[in-house]
Design a protein around this ligand. Sequence first.
Ligand SMILES: Cc1cc2nc3c(=O)[nH]c(=O)nc-3n(C[C@H](O)[C@H](O)[C@H](O)COP(=O)(O)O)c2cc1C
Ligand code: SF4
Length: 424
Amino acid sequence: MPALAKEKQILLRHIDTPNLSQISVYEEVGGYQAAKKAYGMEPANIIEDVKASGLRGRGGAGFPTGMKWGFVPQNTGKPIYLLCNADESEPGCFKDRVIIEKNPHAIIEGILIAARAINSHKSYIYIRGEYAKGARILQMAIDEAYQRGFLGKNILGTGFDLDLVLHRGAGAYICGEETGLISSLEGKKGQPKLKPPFPAVSGYLGCPTVVNNVETLSTLPWILAHGGKTYATYGTEKSAGTRLFCLSGWVNKPGVYELELGTPLRVLIDELGGGLKDGATLKAVIPGGSSTPPLTPAEVAEATLDFECMAKYGSFLGAGGVIVIPEHVSLLKILETISEFYWDESCGQCTPCREGTGWLFRILKHLHEGRGTSTDIEDLKKTAGNMMGTTICALADAAAMPVLGFLKKFPDEFYAALREREGQ
Ligand SMILES: Cc1cc2nc3c(=O)[nH]c(=O)nc-3n(C[C@H](O)[C@H](O)[C@H](O)COP(=O)(O)O)c2cc1C
Ligand code: SF4
């Protein structure tokens, strides 16, 4: 599968159109036509179309979008909320930012479609505090959508009401986890809640709530316009469609690229990314953001960018953050940096996470600085192992998985750090 031609792109096709963030320009390239179509459809038919598309959430977990919407109970007497997750804080991931800053009306149109499907009349976009520019652009787009009658009362004369509010976070990674996001939006500390109950049943203010990622929502206008079955012709059987990949690290042309799922990873790194800088040799690739286990050069040579292939190599597509690591960079240093991040961002509710993230960081720092001792590697394994699946949310797993993954695939680098210390 080659790089995706411009005319086949779904998310980035119009991204370079000047002033696309203005509603008049967005409408000139066909914007809001899909929302108009959706508002002439029964909600159940919208859900069926999205199920047929095979779209899976782009926020990290890859949960099927139509199925998630189908879990929302109707007629409970409670309002239903739709929350757009624009917290994008996973190191290595910066794709939502491109949509937010360049094509904000695609997000609003996606929200219109999703709200109609789940019968929600109140929606929030939760944007990370650091995205100040994005927040300004989004707010302008929301104001324009109200003025054009796409938001507010009696949208498009259908009798359907939808209010959309932009909420800025205050710089906590954990508020991207959906229940942490909900706590924060409720005005509480941004701390995750135990599941079940899942947000679809009891979320924001105890009401049925759908949380969807920016990219997931921005894909909906294309699906509604062209049909779910057409979307499913892109990608592979289990990984339908296209998605945005954030290419960073030691490459000539880092950036955000749209590719069909199932495209070889080498196409992204070599063709689009222009290969490794200075002709460096590849050491490893983190395929889906800092929480995902690495791939070896042999795996990179074979890997395709889809959910199935990443699972085969014990990793994940995550939120699409592909980080390229060259031979001359220390994996211990990378892991030390990643571990410090998770330690800093742990919300502190669960002991394995609060304590474990700190232990991982300290041991890795020792090892990297040449102060490691013979028990360090076992301690790393034990600490990380004890963090997996033992906590309220998946941040602890996110911190443990790269450590275990690097230990499994690159053990020599850890043992070499010990040997150096022991002078062997
Ligand atoms: C620690 C942690 C951080 C997360 N951060 C984000 C984030 O910044 N943005 C996001 O969309 N999803 C994030 N997620 C995933 C969300 O919990 C949730 O699955 C997602 O927003 C659902 O949207 P989707 O179905 O469209 O992917 C995070 C999950 C965890 C465990
Ligand atoms: S796993 Fe970590 S971040 Fe998640 S709730 Fe527990 S302490 Fe907080």
